[in-house]
Structure formats: structure tokens, C-alpha cells
Design a binder for this molecule. Structure first.
Ligand SMILES: Cc1cc2nc3c(=O)[nH]c(=O)nc-3n(C[C@H](O)[C@H](O)[C@H](O)COP(=O)(O)OP(=O)(O)OC[C@H]3O[C@@H](n4cnc5c(N)ncnc54)[C@H](O)[C@@H]3O)c2cc1C
Length: 374
């Protein structure tokens, strides 16, 4: 989507009379990346994203510009209920919880989703003073500072893995939830910040807009409609870019057997899965005891933990990363915890994961490393 959106911005400038040409290289056989819509037994099923946040206006603007305005549809928020599975029971998210921020204290304090410790932190958050920081950090680090690790495990991780397919300790707060950072800087308390934003929204518009916007006949229409608006000769599928080299004041781009010279290059590829961005290192440092770099994780231990994770994910019918991400398994393997206390200090292990997987992970480590010394 990012590549298509960038190409469409260039196409608009070309149509406005600017003298420019562009080429879009796509490695796979289709444009749109994970945006895929399927129809299964007459039901429309989104295989990737199913909507975008209404408060971020750019996606809806783009839809209007490519002729999809009549497809825009808002979420039915009154009928939407989200449940979290805790110890085999489905518990509804309490009313007033916006993402991970309680905007009404009573329902949050009465909810069985949270322990007394988390409820105490929710009350304490209302008294937080404004906090200035320029740097980025993980969503987990920010949420944990306000509401503790349980809020990360029970709310932030499930919600964010649903939206981004990633876990909160690996997602940059500036990329994913920049508003949280602004609220912390201005109000200190996230709850007070969220209420102020809602009040402002109500003043300017009596009917609050739907939280999510989607496309009636599926999100895949978005890449398809953008593709139809681009110059056909500029689009290349099945063309993975193999090299980008600086030359003179431009770039040589090699895709397949051909190479060409370009004045500028926009990279819209995913970050490699084993790239550890600085933000994750910050998160690990805040949440965990210093671990050896993941590169120092003994391969046999990593392999044993991955084999266990595969079995566990299959039994629970969840994707493997929902059990524990590769980075977290490597962190555990590098640290080699031998007790629940030590395991609890590893990145990615909050109270829920400790309770659910702690004994099994220690069992795997005991098998590979031998029983822990008394
Ligand atoms: C299951 C799931 C559900 C999601 N739900 C939502 C949601 O509801 N709302 C929301 O806002 N977001 C959601 N997201 C996140 C959203 O889908 C992504 O943030 C977004 O699609 C990323 O777009 P992108 O263009 O940056 O990357 P991608 O979609 O990953 O596109 C990158 C493209 O680069 C191509 N490529 C890679 N290497 C090369 C190469 N060497 N040469 C040429 N091409 C190459 C790839 O084939 C791919 O097409 C979801 C994600 C997932 C996985």
C-alpha cells in the first residue's frame, strides 16, 4: 500500500503537468501486500486489514480521490463488543476503555479483567504530571509506565496483534500511537488526555464519528483502484528489486535482469523480521534484566523453544507469534532463566504469559541445559 500510495502521489503531480516519470517494482504477483479480500461461502472475509482509523483522515481522502467514496462505511460502534480470553474465560473490555486508556473509572474498576494492582494504577494515572521526552519508545514501555504490565498483556498485546500482527514491545509508539505521546506531554495522565480529546471532538461535532472506516465490498478494492489510476507501463509485478546503488546524483536500481537509472528511490518494503530496531532495545532495557544479545542465544536452546512454541500454538490454535515472538524466544535462550522469577524478568514475559507458559518454558530449558542447580 505504501508503494502504491507513493506512486499515486507522483501520478497526481504528473497529471497536474509536472514533467516526471515513475516505475513501481513489486516482488509478488499482486499489488497491495497484505490487503487481500476473499469471499467464502458468500461472506466477505478480510485476510489482512479490515478497516482504518477514522480519526486519521488520509486513507479516506485517498479513497475519495480514486473514486471509492461510495464504498466508505463506518463501524457500528454501539454493536461492537471486544472480549479478551483470560484463563479460558471470555471477559468483555469494560465500557469507556479506549484502546488501553480507561476514560470511565467505574466500569474499569469493577471489571474482572484487571487485578487490584492495575486498578490502583488506573486511579494513580489521573494524577500524573506532564512528561516531556523527545525520543521514541515501544508501546509496551509507555502503557506499562501508566498502567503496569498486566494492561500490556491483557489489552495492548491482544489489540495490537489484531491490528498490526506485532507485539506491543516491538511497536514504536511514535509510529503506531503518536497521540498517546502527545497526551502524555500535554496532560501527563492518558485518561485525562483522552477525555479532553473526546470533549474537543464533541464540541466541533455533536455526533461522534465511527471509530473505524472500511470499504463495503472489501479492502482489496483500495490497491486495485489505485493500480487502475496509475500509468499501466509503470507497474511491474513479479519484479523483486535486487540492488539499489548510488551513482552520480541518482540511483541504479536492479530488478530481474534489467537495471535502470533513477533520480530518486522510495523504499516501501517491509523491515526484515530479524532487524532489531532501536526502540525494541529501549523496551527490553526497561522491562527486562540485561540479556545477552540475541545473536548469543545458543542455537540448540532456540530450536528447542521454537519446537515447544509450535506445539503450543497448534494446540491453542493461534499463530506462533501470539505464544511468544522469535525475538522473545531468542532473549530467553540468551539469558537462560532457571526460575519463574528469572523468567519474569525476560522481555515479552508479563504476568499472563508467565502463568500460562512459565512452567513449560522452564521445562524445555531444563531438558536442554540440564536441571537447575539448587
Ligand atoms: C493480519 C493483519 C491485519 C491488519 N489489520 C489492520 C487493520 O485493520 N487496520 C490497519 O490500519 N492496519 C492493519 N494491519 C497493518 C497494515 O496491513 C500494514 O501496516 C500495511 O498493510 C503495511 O503496508 P506497507 O505498504 O507498508 O507494507 P506491505 O503491505 O508489507 O507491502 C510491502 C510490499 O513490498 C514488496 N516487496 C518486498 N520486498 C521487495 C523487493 N525486494 N522488491 C520489490 N517489492 C518488494 C512486498 O511483496 C509487498 O507487496 C494489519 C496487518 C496484518 C498482517
Amino acid at each position: 500500500m505504501s508503494g502504491l500510495a507513493a506512486a499515486f502521489a507522483l501520478e497526481e503531480r504528473r497529471r497536474a503537468g509536472e514533467s516526471l516519470a515513475y516505475v513501481l517494482f513489486e516482488a509478488s504477483s499482486h499489488f497491495g501486500g497484505v490487503l487481500v479480500t476473499e469471499v467464502v461461502e458468500g461472506c466477505l472475509v478480510e485476510a489482512g486489514p479490515d478497516s482504518f482509523l477514522t480519526e486519521k483522515p488520509w486513507a479516506a481522502d485517498l479513497c475519495r480521490r480514486i473514486g471509492l467514496e461510495d464504498q466508505l462505511i463506518g463501524s457500528n460502534d454501539a454493536a461492537r463488543k471486544t472480549y479478551i480470553l483470560v484463563k479460558g474465560k471470555l471477559i468483555p473490555l469494560p465500557d469507556g476503555l479506549m484502546f488501553m486508556v480507561p476514560t470511565q473509572l467505574a466500569p474499569a474498576l469493577l471489571s474482572p479483567l484487571f487485578s487490584y494492582g492495575t486498578k490502583f494504577r488506573m486511579i494513580r494515572d489521573w494524577r500524573f504530571s506532564p512528561r516531556h521526552s523527545n525520543g521514541d519508545e515501544s508501546v509496551a514501555a509507555l502503557v506499562e509506565r501508566h498502567y503496569g504490565g498486566e494492561m500490556v498483556d491483557r489489552v495492548a498485546d491482544p489489540l495490537l496483534s489484531g491490528v498490526y500482527g506485532g507485539d506491543a514491545s516491538q511497536l514504536s509508539v511514535l509510529a503506531v500511537l503518536p497521540r498517546f505521546k502527545e497526551m502524555e506531554t500535554k496532560y501527563g495522565s492518558l485518561s485525562r488526555g483522552m477525555l479532553a480529546a473526546r470533549k474537543k471532538g464533541k464540541q466541533s461535532n455533536s455526533q461522534p464519528p465511527p471509530i473505524f472506516t472500511s470499504l463495503k465490498n472489501g479492502m482489496q478494492q483500495l490497491p486495485e483502484a489505485i493500480g487502475a489510476n496509475l500509468a499501466p507501463g509503470a507497474l511491474f509485478t513479479n519484479s523483486p528489486v535486487q540492488a539499489v546503488q548510488r551513482q552520480d546524483r541518482g540511483w541504479i536500481v536492479s530488478a530481474g535482469y534489467a537495471s535502470d537509472h533513477f533520480d530518486a528511490v522510495i523504499l516501501a518494503t517491509p523491515a526484515p523480521a530479524d532487524y532489531v530496531p532501536p526502540v525494541r532495545r529501549v523496551a527490553s532495557a526497561e522491562r527486562a534484566t540485561p540479556a545477552l544479545p540475541a545473536g548469543d542465544a545458543p542455537p540448540a536452546v532456540v530450536a528447542a523453544l521454537k519446537a515447544w512454541r509450535k506445539q503450543r500454538a497448534t494446540a491453542d490454535r493461534v499463530p506462533a507469534y501470539v505464544v511468544l515472538s522469535d525475538a522473545h524466544l531468542e532473549g530467553i535462550a540468551a539469558t537462560g532463566p532457571r526460575s519463574l522469577d528469572e523468567l519474569a524478568r525476560c522481555a515479552g514475559i508479563g504476568p499472563t504469559k508467565l502463568e500460562r507458559y512459565g512452567d513449560e518454558v522452564l521445562g524445555v530449558l531444563a531438558e536442554v541445559l540440564g536441571p537447575p542447580a539448587d
